[in-house]
Every structure is written in C-alpha cells, then in structure tokens.
Design a protein around this ligand. Structure first.
Ligand code: UD1
Length: 418
C-alpha cells in the first residue's frame, strides 16, 4: 500500500489482539544462523521487515520461510551459511546488519555492508564492532563493507558506551559460540534482549543476566535445533493504546506482557487516561479530556523512543503545554512538520518538541518519513476531523504493523488502503 486514507474523529471501541514483537523476531531470526538444523519460530508477525530478513537469510544460503500450514510460524533449515550478506538487503533494513555476530561465530569470517534503515539519525555500528574486537575479531572496512574475521572467538569484557540494543544482541550472539566467558557491561535491558537470551538458552546456550545491565555469556561449542515462541510487540500495543486514548475510546489490548509497557502506561495515566490491567490484557479508556505531560525517551525501562512520535500526536490534543525530549536518536522529529499541517502547534528546540495542546486536529495530506512517524500520523488521523491522506511511498508502515487495516477497522475506524 502506498496511501492510507483515514476518515477520523471516530471513537475506537472493542478488542485488539497484539502480534509478535518485530524486534524480537528480527534478532531471533539472526540467531538462527548459530543453530544448525531445523528451527521453528512461532508468533512471528507477518511484516515487511520480517520478509526482508527472511530474504537476507536465503541470500546467506539458509532455507527460511513462513509455514504454509501454521499461521505466524517461520521455519528455518540452517545447514550451510555463506559469509557475505547482500548490499541491497542490508542497506534496506538496519537490523540485517545484526547477522554480523552470528556469521562471524559460525564461519570465522563475515562481510557485511554498512546498514541503512529508518531516516532517524546517522545510526553508527561502532559498538557492534568494538564488542566483536574484544572477542578477538580483526576488523577492516572495504568498499562499504565491514569485514570481520577470527579463527576462534574468545570471551572478554565489553563495556558499551551506550546500551545499544543491536550491539548487545550482536555481541551476545557471537559470544554464545566463543571460548570462555563474555561479560557485557552497560548492556541494553529491553524485553527483546531477554527474548533473544531465552531463545539462545533453549538452544543450549548459557546466557545469564539478560534484562539487567550486566549480561554474562558462557561459550558453548554447538547449539541444537528448537521450537520457540516470541513475545508480544510492546510498541504495537502502545500504539493501539495511544490510538484508543486520542479518540476518547475504550479498547481492550490483548495478548501482551503489561510489565513491558509500564513507561507508556504511566505516561498515559499522567495524561488523564484510565488504565486497567488484568493478566495479559490492558483496558484503555479516555472519557475525560487529556492533560499535558512531559516525556523523555530513554533506553528500557525508560520511555521507548519507538513510542515518542505516537505520544507526541496524543499530546497535540491535551490541555496545556507538554515537552517531548528525544535522547536516543538525533533526528526523530520528522513527524512534527506533518502534525503541524494537521493543525497541531509544535515547536522544535534542539532535542525537544514543545507541544501546545489544541482543541482539534484537522485532516490534511501528509507524508511518512519512517515507521514510527507513520504510526504517529495514523494516530493523529484517527482523531482528526475529515479525511487524512497519509502517503507512504516507501512502505514504512508495513514494516511494523501487522494487519493494520483489519485491526483498526475492528475497533470502528474508517480506514482504506490504496
Ligand atoms: C533497536 C530497535 C529500534 C529502536 C532502538 C532503540 C531493532 C531491530 N530495532 O534499534 O526499533 O528504536 O533499538 O530502542 O531492534 N549507536 C551507536 N553505535 C552503535 C549502535 C548504536 O552510537 O554501534 C547509537 C545509535 O546511533 C542510537 C542509539 O545508539 O543513537 C540507540 O541505538 P540502538 O539501541 O543500537 O538501536 P538499534 O539496535 O539500531
């Protein structure tokens, strides 16, 4: 789809089932490179990013496909792995760079193009490289490729200057087949890191401390085939919660781990939204008006950068002035000029957006620059008066939201895809 039309100003009501976590699926697909034999992964969302990653695995000589008989299941048969990842695919999606650690661990050599991805800053890979160097790899840059080699990886102590999700994952995967113990200090603590650790451990790896700032990995000589079910997508859940709140709706968000979305839940409560949590469900209702609140993005367990843009849309309709500060990425306010086209009053000052609440948003033609900016425009379009046309030429939204039209229509939204 290249265009989404939303006839807004309709209250969302009903239930929505959350899909598997995109970011966990991508990390775990990368980790299949470490495991010889057949691997079955369940609860994999059917998304463009996952399809791109499956293509990366195939280009590496691995058989990988969505199961024909079981929904949201990907099967991987991994007998032989090539060491060169294709330029066209890796530059399309940053997460495909994460194959560098497992290919190096499995083959002793990996040649991976420098990545692409969302247009949200320069997004370097120095921390991935630093970690692999500590494990004994030699690193060269040639013609846009990173070439890493090591006859045998050896455990070591890696301190990450920033708790990068991708770097923590690359190093964890490489260290799983290294000799001896690796310690990652100042590691990322995101739930997707814990899910990757659980996958590796179920395959016979020895990872402890995932979900804290110090992860220890004891190397093993080989991993074994397995079946694994990935966790729910906390960002998809947060997006539907925000959509419910901005439309003054009443929505039951199902199939999630509520403890993983605590920062989003708390901020919605601060904005005047009623939240009721029961087991794996969260009910979001927003009968009273929204209040301004400040947010600052941080690594987990802080407020997720991947929820910043959707929350900015919500704050456009909150009474008072909110300050949204982005500390994780350097250029993640591309949705702001588009929201202003819809009648929002947002001023950018360095790494902060000053949001003055307005009474209404009105429809306008707007453009998507990256995945979560697209989600922000959908959230805004759901509340805006009139028909908003969201142009998404590069299919960013399909990268991260499974069955968007079906799920939103099921909640009473008027949405068309062209
Ligand atoms: C992952 C998520 C993405 C999310 C982000 C932060 C996946 C597939 N994507 O991306 O949705 O927005 O975490 O929660 O899981 N950095 C460096 N050097 C590096 C690596 C990162 O300086 O080697 C910087 C980045 O430029 C950025 C910050 O660290 O400013 C966070 O990036 P990181 O946590 O690595 O994000 P990703 O793993 O790419």
């Amino acid at each position: 789809m290249r265009k989404i039309l939303i006839n807004g100003n309709k209250r969302l009501e009903g239930e929505v089932q959350i899909s598997g976590a995109k970011n966990a699926a991508l990390a775990i697909l990368a980790a299949t490179i470490l495991v010889p034999g057949k691997i079955t992964i369940r609860n994999v969302p059917n998304l463009l990013d996952v399809i791109t990653f499956i293509r990366v695995l195939r280009a590496l000589g691995i058989r990988a496909e969505y199961s024909g008989s079981q929904p949201n299941t990907v099967e991987v048969w991994n007998d032989n792995v090539k060491h060169v990842a294709p330029y066209e695919l890796v530059t399309k999606m940053r997460a495909s760079f994460f194959v560098i650690g497992p290919i190096l661990a499995r083959k002793g050599l990996a040649k991976i193009p420098l990545p692409g991805g969302c247009a949200i800053g320069s997004r370097p890979v120095n921390l991935h490289i630093k970690g692999l160097e500590v494990l004994g790899a030699t690193v060269k840059m040639e013609h846009g490729f990173v070439i890493v080699s090591a006859s045998k990886l050896k455990g070591g102590k890696v301190y990450l200057d920033f708790p990068s999700v991708g770097a923590t994952e690359s190093i964890m995967m490489a260290a799983t087949l290294a000799e001896g113990e690796t310690i990652i200090e100042n590691a990322a603590q995101e739930p997707e890191i814990v899910d990757l650790a659980n996958f590796l451990n179920k395959a016979g790896g020895r990872v402890s401390g995932a979900g804290t700032e110090e992860i220890r990995i004891r190397g093993v000589t080989q991993l074994s085939p397995l079946e694994y079910k990935i966790i729910a997508d906390r960002i998809e859940a947060g997006t539907y919660m925000t959509a419910a709140a901005i439309t003054k709706g009443d929505v039951l968000v199902k199939g999630i781990q509520p403890e993983f979305i605590e920062a989003t839940t708390r901020k919605l409560q601060e904005a005047g939204v009623k939240i009721q949590i029961k087991n794996d469900e969260v009910r979001v209702s927003a009968i009273n008006g929204l209040r301004a609140t400040d947010i600052k993005t941080m690594p987990y367990p802080g407020f997720p950068t991947d929820m910043q843009s959707q929350f900015t849309s919500l704050l456009c309709l909150a009474r008072g002035t909110s300050v949204v500060t982005e500390t994780v990425f350097e250029n993640r306010f591309m949705h702001v000029p588009e929201l202003n086209r819809m009648g929002a009053e947002i001023k950018l000052e360095g790494q902060s957006a000053i949001v003055n609440g307005v009474g209404v948003l009105s429809s306008a033609p707007v453009k998507v620059s990256d995945l979560r900016a697209g989600a922000a425009l959908i959230v805004a379009g759901l509340a805006a008066r009139g028909e908003t046309t969201i142009e998404d030429r590069d299919h960013h939204i399909e990268r991260g939201y499974e069955n968007l039209k079906g799920k939103l229509s099921g909640l009473g939204a008027d949405i068309k895809l062209l």
